[in-house]
Design a protein around this ligand. Structure first.
Ligand SMILES: [Zn+2]
Length: 322
């Protein structure tokens, strides 16, 4: 099994210049190859891939697998030399596809690492996980993971973002009044950098949260995990829900959960889209056709009353593959 690992690099000033040079070289080779392809395409009148611009492509380049060397908290990068790492990369193992990238603030190295499957001692619990807009995830065990976007830290950062965005547009307006065109002053450049860093911070917090939750779920050692096959694209068409759903990163949650479950030998099941996990009574199996999105409590004619999301997650846990 290949485990993906991403570790922060701590280059000094000189090394950082060399890293940027390598990024430039990678882009140059990519564009050069494309130019050749483009010549071939020209007669056929078909579309061809786009050139990478400095602005749009995420700065990154690949390191030759055989030339990558690792010492204690050091890694040898081609044409740059030994760079400090924030953590120790595992030694005495095979690495694949080492890639160096920059996220707007820090440099990272990502590698694939060959690893034996570490077998966890699993319980016989089948765990259903229902994803939702108000709470992020409800487990059939009763455990609920709240929506992080409702927490203070994210709310504060979003306010900060709004304030910065207002400042920038005001500065643009002012410059237009004076020069009759949109001019990017040093101040605007500074503000836009601040905005990028706040965006980055928010996305890091959300991502860490997903990793924490999925790790915690794996640690409860269920023998299988059952989730919905969410039609995220379809849900995004609902304008009231689309923003909330995008912020919750359902798709990432499912991807992380699946990867971590399978890595630990836990069976991972996604139920088909038409399976009525919300509308079925988890006690008697009757289907409640008129259940509305606003009904937060599931009330069945059999007398069973339960939180809507908990009811759905229990149905997921009980799902049998036919
Ligand atoms: Zn019932």
């Amino acid at each position: 099994m290949i485990l993906a690992k991403k570790i922060r690099l701590k280059p000094n000033k000189n090394q950082e210049i060399l890293l940027w040079q390598s990024v430039g070289t990678a882009r140059f080779i990519y564009n050069w190859t494309l130019a050749r392809q483009r010549e071939n395409y020209e007669n056929e009148q078909t579309g061809f891939p786009k050139f990478k611009s400095r602005k749009k492509s995420k700065p990154s380049f690949y390191n030759d697998t055989d030339k990558l060397k690792v010492k204690e908290k050091l890694v040898l990068i081609e044409k740059v030399g030994w760079i400090k790492t924030a953590e120790q990369l595992p030694q005495d193992t095979k690495y694949t596809n080492p890639r160096i990238s920059f996220d707007g603030k820090y440099w990272y190295i990502s590698v694939g690492i060959e690893r034996e499957n570490n077998a966890l001692e699993l319980s016989d619990i089948s765990l259903g996980i229902d994803l939702g807009v108000s709470d992020l995830a409800t487990c059939s065990t009763g455990k609920v993971y709240k929506n992080i976007n409702k927490k203070k830290t994210i709310k504060k950062l979003k306010k900060k973002l709004k304030r910065l965005q207002k400042q920038v547009s005001r500065k643009y307006e002012k410059s237009r009044e004076v020069t009759n065109r949109y001019h990017k002053s040093q101040n605007i450049v500074k503000l836009e950098k601040k905005i990028r860093l706040v965006h980055r911070k928010i996305s890091n917090i959300r991502n860490n949260n997903l990793h924490q939750i999925t790790n915690e779920i794996v640690k409860t050692k269920p023998s299988r995990v059952v989730m919905e096959d969410l039609n995220v694209k379809g849900m995004m068409k609902n304008r009231h829900l689309s923003k909330a759903i995008a912020e919750q990163n359902f798709y990432k949650f499912i991807t992380y959960m699946k990867y971590k479950a399978e890595f630990n030998g836990i069976e991972f099941i996604q139920v088909p889209r038409f399976y009525p996990s919300s509308k079925t009574c988890s006690h008697c199996g009757a289907i409640k056709k008129d259940l509305k999105l606003s009904d937060r409590v599931f009330k069945c004619q059999c007398g069973h009353i339960l939180d809507r999301d908990l009811n759905a997650s229990i149905n997921l846990a009980n799902y049998r593959v036919s």
